[in-house]
Write a new protein. Sequence first.
Length: 89
Amino acid sequence: MNINYLPYEVCIILKEIGFDKETDAMYEISLTESIDPETEDTTGPFGWKKGEVNFVKRYFANNHPSIDFSNENWLLVSAPLIQQVFRWF
């Protein structure tokens, strides 16, 4: 359950303004999708539709060269606890 974590809309803004602290959770957001010619299903790079968001409990840090593998197909965004963001500000 992600009740103590910030919603992904806020996390995207935090990433843009430079939040780079380590977190124990992240959001994966599919930015593209394609149509499988065999099944005619629409899927993105994670197997989801474009714009779908997945919350994952996994170590992550925004904009860290060896951890943040965001690209044109998906966006990975750290999901900090509310307390972490207060301390960062």
